[in-house]
Design a protein around this ligand. Structure first.
Ligand code: TEU
Ligand code: CA
Length: 573
């Protein structure tokens, strides 16, 4: 039988506060700006907002470096603004989830200031400190060869006590020591209970697979011989105590409230995934896996591209949606977030811009799991143009990568070719593409602000913006509205159903059927067919059944021909 939950039915909309809407003319998005758009979001069909970090922070990693879990970053607004946002959502029958960033804090956090002050400080082992190693020339070295996600070593030498601290991300994001029960209970109080008691309805749990590190901190095998430090996510993800930690957090805090959690795990085996999200395990409700995000990239090197075919995309979709079938587990559907490029650019086609953007909407609303869409995706905001220079990219991930790239290749005679190849990758997959200001209308700065924003608006804001699509019934925005309604209308099939890909090897057409529930694979009740090519293709249904066409991204289609980027949803009446 199907177990219905509000967090399974919901469509969740992610807001990146800095770039969503500036209400007070300082060029930075803010909470009052969000509050001014709640009716727009309700009308779109949004049930829950996921608000990315709005806590006090030096903003080195745009809020994922938290200096005070219980305070709002002043440029985003006040605690009263947060309370008004929570109230405003609840009064509309909507909910709010926040970002739970508990693998690390900012180095500005008072806990870290104490921890670094001396080896005997009571908070010394709230973080992960190790003495230096010395090489044969007596030169100081980090404790092991782990690399940071933001380039360079994952260890930072600190003069104050002559030791290194672990930081899997920025040097100003020291990893907390989850082995220490004092740390865990302080987080439960300050990062979780504080906000649950304000009425927050749940959390997106940042780097949810990273908290349990191998306490021997061994060197990892050399995957990139030409790099001094190796990508560590292969060895820090899904560590030996990770499920114990999640079970403790769930039983001590989360289980006491009617809330939901979604864990950003990224990569894990099917059995680990089921341990994270089977209801009976008591850990998290669902997780984000990055199989689709990772299509066309190289593991461990953010800006190396790897050409892919439609079958790779189909496989990634299947890996993210199918592992829960026949279980009490749950998953997520998403093509964008603040760490990814714009899906219309990555998986659509600029020559079929609107059609391919709508096709991606049709794909997402017919897949099983909780649906997440990202700010601007509803109007098909795209990647920044190739003309942008590296100097306009502000994300620490991009900036650091380029700094190390220059240090390594700056003197090479083929530097220009290497840089062009890098810029091709930056222009396709950098996180910056998700962080340009939301384009509300065609006024200066796209209606995001009345002044020059903290980061430039995409050059196409005059043609791609909310105002130009609200009244246009055939716009991407209104297609999303219709798509989200259809998903709810046929929820047993589209939200809760199990699925099976047909004609798997077809490199142009993506076809699958949906069954009425994860447990009933006898009656195929929905049939989804999508032409991900620029060819017009003869269409014939691959299975029998009395299918009625209920949704398509093209007008007046001809039954037997699938035009480029045409998609259709049929339902057995
Ligand atoms: O990202 C975790 C994660 O998956 C990163 O390793 C991701 O691959 C990133 O894009 C680096 O390449 C979470 C947040 O979503 C991200 O915004 C933060 O920067 C990161 O954790 C640290 O908090
Ligand atoms: Ca502002």
């Amino acid at each position: 039988t199907i177990t219905y939950n509000w967090w399974k039915d919901a469509t969740i909309y992610q807001i990146w506060p800095a770039s969503y809407k500036d209400s007070n003319g300082d060029g930075i998005g803010d909470i009052p700006g969000i509050i001014s758009t709640l009716d727009y979001l309700k009308d779109l069909g949004i049930d829950i907002i996921w608000l990315s970090p709005m806590y006090n922070s030096p903003q080195d990693d745009m809020g994922y470096d938290i200096s005070d879990y219980e305070a709002v970053y002043p440029k985003y607004g006040t605690m009263e603004d947060m309370e008004e946002l929570i109230g405003g959502l609840h009064s509309r029958g909507m909910k709010l989830i926040l970002d739970l960033v508990i693998n690390h804090t900012s180095s500005e956090h008072k806990w870290f200031k104490e921890s670094r002050s001396s080896k005997s400080n009571p908070k010394r082992n709230w973080y992960i400190w190790k003495p230096p190693k010395y090489d044969e020339n007596g030169k100081r070295q980090p404790p092991n060869n782990w690399g940071s996600h933001f380039s360079g070593s994952a260890w930072e030498y600190d003069e104050v006590t002559g030791e290194y601290y672990l930081r899997l991300y920025a040097k100003s994001q020291p990893d907390l020591n989850w082995e220490n029960p004092e740390v865990r209970s302080a987080l439960y109080e300050s990062a979780l209970r504080f906000w649950f008691n304000k009425g927050v309805d749940g959390f997106r749990i940042d780097t949810a697979g990273l908290y349990s590190k191998d306490q021997k901190f061994p060197d990892v095998p050399i995957v990139f011989p030409d790099k001094a430090f190796q990508p560590c996510d292969l060895y820090t993800l899904n560590g030996s105590r990770i499920h114990e930690f999640h079970k403790e957090m769930y039983s001590e805090v989360i289980s006491k409230y009617d809330v939901m959690t979604v864990g950003e795990v990224g990569r894990c085996s099917r059995e680990a995934a089921l341990k994270y999200v089977s209801a009976k395990e008591g850990e998290m409700n669902m997780i984000f896996l990055f199989n689709i995000f990772n299509v066309g990239t190289i593991r461990g090197d953010r800006f190396k591209l790897n050409p892919y075919k439609l079958i790779d995309f189909k496989k990634a979709v299947e890996e993210q949606c199918e592992f829960i079938e026949g279980t009490d587990a749950w998953s997520t559907v998403f093509l964008e977030n603040h760490d990814s490029a714009r899906s219309v650019t990555r998986f659509g086609n600029p020559k079929y811009y609107e059609t391919s953007a709508k096709l991606l909407s049709l794909l997402q609303i017919t897949l099983t799991g909780t649906l997440f869409i990202y700010q601007g995706q509803e109007i098909a905001m795209s990647n920044l143009p190739r003309s942008w220079s590296i100097d306009e990219y502000k994300d620490i991930n991009t900036v650091n990568y380029y700094k190390y790239f220059q240090e390594r290749f700056g003197e090479d005679k083929d530097f220009d070719e290497k840089k062009k190849e890098l810029m091709d990758a930056v222009n396709l997959v950098a996180r910056d593409h998700a962080r340009s200001p939301v384009q509300w209308n065609d006024s200066p700065y796209g209606g995001f602000s009345t002044v020059e924003p903290w980061t430039r608006v995409n050059d196409n804001y005059k043609t791609i913006n909310v105002a130009s699509q609200v009244e246009e019934s055939n716009s991407v925005l209104n297609f999303w509205k219709r798509s989200l309604k259809l998903r709810k209308q046929f929820k047993d099939l589209l939200i809760y159903g199990s699925f099976k890909i047909l004609d798997y090897d077809n490199q142009k057409v993506f076809t699958y059927v949906k069954y009425n529930s994860q447990f009933d694979s006898t009656s195929a009740n929905a049939y989804v067919v999508m032409n991900f090519s620029t060819d017009s293709i003869k269409f014939e249904k691959l299975i029998e059944g009395d299918f009625q066409l209920v949704h398509s991204n093209v007008d007046n289609l001809t039954e037997e021909i699938l035009t480029p980027y045409e998609g259709r949803v049929y339902i057995v009446s």
